[in-house]
Design a protein around this ligand. Structure first.
Ligand code: PMV
Length: 344
């Protein structure tokens, strides 16, 4: 039994989305994407290498459901094969937010496993290599490895060695940036993002147009983030989200992750912005929950309005996440070996 490693990772929300793979096995995307790490959505994972004959996986104090366990064990098998490891792993992962409801629990979860195995088995991978590794668990996980504003380069190489995320800007670059998470449903989604993407890429007649528009928007967003231009950041993120959902809605069969409450929150965001002058923008992943981009000074008032919408179950206001931390047990003697600082 090896030493216990504790990893703290955060979910991320893409401002410029990833939706579609060019290689299913290697999780290579059709385009680059850019996300913001969510400090309030934390996954704490404890991982130990063992010499038992099977992996043991617990999520939120329960044995992982069969599909989740299969995905995690496939990922561990990829790691074992790549690095010639024979160990099995004991993994306890807890989210402080609803799992698999479009709040990107897979991103923070797979990032944690990549970081934990690296530490437990002394693989000595650098951040780029860790991001490449996490990508094999879930595409968006490669962005949770770096924290802050994370840019995932699509890359061109067939082996995926140039498809990784790097921290485009640290969390400290924009301390007043906020994301309000409106939890509309804590239920697990019916169509996985993996299946949804495949269907969209294969059948949506507007997919190619979204790719081209989204690539253009990425350049605009990069500049807006550097300049801390909130209006452009929000406009571009909202446009990219709507474009991605349009590709889903026009797939055969059509794919829809929104509920009536999702639409009510989207409408409320527009009203807050246009009628009340509270500047905010929405973005939504492959699930019903809505993330609202805003700034520190207006966040409490916006959160109050969103909380009052019927059907909204929970509202969480988040700052930008720093990079993950990795520590080795025993806790009292542990030396932080994190990739960055924890949020204050
Ligand atoms: O990495 P996955 O399989 O969780 O896919 C994530 C896809 C979106 O969340 C919809 C967009 C994104 O870029 O995170």
């Amino acid at each position: 039994m090896g030493k216990e490693i504790t990893i703290q990772t955060n979910a991320n929300i893409a401002l410029i989305k990833y939706w579609g793979k060019r290689n299913e096995e290697l999780f290579l995307p059709t385009k680059s994407s850019l996300s913001v790490g969510l400090a309030a959505l934390t996954t704490t994972t404890r991982l130990t290498a063992t010499d038992s004959n099977s992996d043991q996986i617990f999520i939120n104090k329960e044995p992982a459901k069969p599909t989740t366990a299969t995905n995690i064990i496939s990922f561990l098998n990829v790691i074992r094969k790549n690095f010639n490891l024979t160990s099995r792993f004991c993994i306890y992962s807890e989210n402080n937010f609803p799992t698999a409801a479009g709040l990107a629990s897979s991103a923070s979860g797979f990032a944690a496993i990549a970081l934990g195995v690296n530490q437990a088995c002394a693989l000595n991978l650098n951040v780029r290599q860790l991001s490449i590794l996490a990508r094999r668990g879930s595409g968006s996980a490669c962005r949770s490895v770096v924290g802050g504003f994370a840019l995932w380069h699509a890359g061109l190489q067939p082996d995926g060695q140039d498809s990784y995320a790097e921290q485009f800007l640290p969390a400290g670059h924009w301390p007043t940036f906020r994301v309000i998470i409106a939890v509309v449903s804590a239920q697990e989604k019916v169509t996985s993002s993996r299946a949804g993407m495949q269907c969209t890429v294969a059948t949506s007649p507007v997919y190619a147009q979204w790719l081209a528009d989204s690539n253009r928007r990425l350049d605009v967003l990069k500049r807006a983030l550097v300049e801390k231009n909130f209006s452009v950041t929000g406009q571009v993120a909202e446009a990219d989200c709507l474009g991605m959902h349009q590709t889903m809605h026009t797939s055969r069969p059509p794919l829809n992750y929104w509920t009536d409450t999702t639409i009510a929150v989207m409408q409320a965001v527009k009203n807050l912005r246009i009628v009340l002058g509270l500047e905010c923008y929405f973005t939504i992943d492959a699930g019903p929950n809505v993330k609202i981009l805003c700034q520190e000074n207006t966040a409490p008032e916006i959160a109050r309005h969103i909380t009052a919408i019927p059907g909204v179950q929970q509202v969480i206001t988040s700052q930008v996440a720093h990079a993950p931390t990795v520590t080795q047990a025993p806790a009292s003697l542990s030396t932080p070996t994190g990739l960055g600082k924890k949020p204050a």
